[in-house]
Write a protein that binds this ligand. Structure first.
Ligand code: ATP
Ligand code: MG
Length: 209
């Protein structure tokens, strides 16, 4: 680096539905932040996809607020509203383009779990993705890290401490009246209970929460 040149800020981007955010997400983001010496990790909850019939993803505002609660105590974590506030269907490429524009001097690192990595090739404008950000694939229990078809230069793989937690399982547990303590941050447990998220349609309250 030339004398006096300022080091580029290194920004991690963690996209997800976060329905709800859980300790698997937080550990992955924290480990990648440390290993890649990132200044910050921005969590980007996905927007609502009104055209998708029959997928009952929780309202974006709830998912956003739970992500804020979960990350509030970490000075290196922030949450962006950019996807939830963008009208219509949102794509990762739009988010990375917007971040590039907002942070022209930053180096972007998109963090994603092993289950998502193979799908990336099918994303809109996949070729451009590699020029906008470096991709970091993290291990996830039950999913192999598969690099097939991904550009070796644009993707790094990283083993993170295994946390066999999924949002699907957390939702199912709440629905069944089982606890989600210690799978999600305490504030998120309380937020879910406060708004009665993930309960069965008939409103039957779960026990053990
Ligand atoms: P769902 O079960 O609803 O799909 P999820 O637990 O997979 O939820 P997402 O919001 O879909 O959570 O995931 C956001 C990102 O976090 C994805 O890149 C995903 O691969 C990654 N991720 C989720 N859970 C883990 C985990 N336990 N370990 C590592 N990465 C994870
Ligand atoms: Mg998922």
């Amino acid at each position: 680096m030339a004398w006096g040149a300022k080091q580029r800020r290194r920004i991690g981007v963690m996209g997800g539905t976060f329905d709800p955010v859980h300790h698997g997400h937080l550990v992955a983001a924290s480990e990648v932040r440390d290993a890649f010496n990132l200044d910050e990790v921005i969590f980007v909850p996905t927007g609502e996809q009104p055209f998708k019939q029959g997928n009952d993803v929780t309202a974006a505002e709830h998912r956003y607020l739970m992500t804020v609660i979960a990350t509030a105590s970490n000075p290196r974590f922030t949450v962006s509203r950019m996807e939830i506030d963008r009208p219509g269907t949102t794509y990762t490429i739009d988010t990375l383009r917007d971040l590039r524009r907002e942070l022209p001097d930053a180096e972007l690192f998109f963090i994603t779990g092993a289950d998502v990595l193979p799908q990336i090739l099918t994303w809109k404008d996949a070729d451009e993705l590699w020029s906008l950000a470096h991709f970091i694939g993290v291990t996830r229990p039950g999913h192999d890290l598969d690099m097939t078809g991904l550009p070796a230069a644009g993707v790094s793989l990283m083993e993170v401490t295994a946390m066999a937690i999924s949002s699907t399982e957390c939702r199912a547990r709440v629905r069944a009246g089982k606890p989600v303590w210690y799978l999600v941050p305490d504030g998120v447990v309380q937020y879910i209970a406060k708004y009665g998220l993930y309960l069965p349609e008939d409103g039957e309250a779960g026990v053990g929460r």
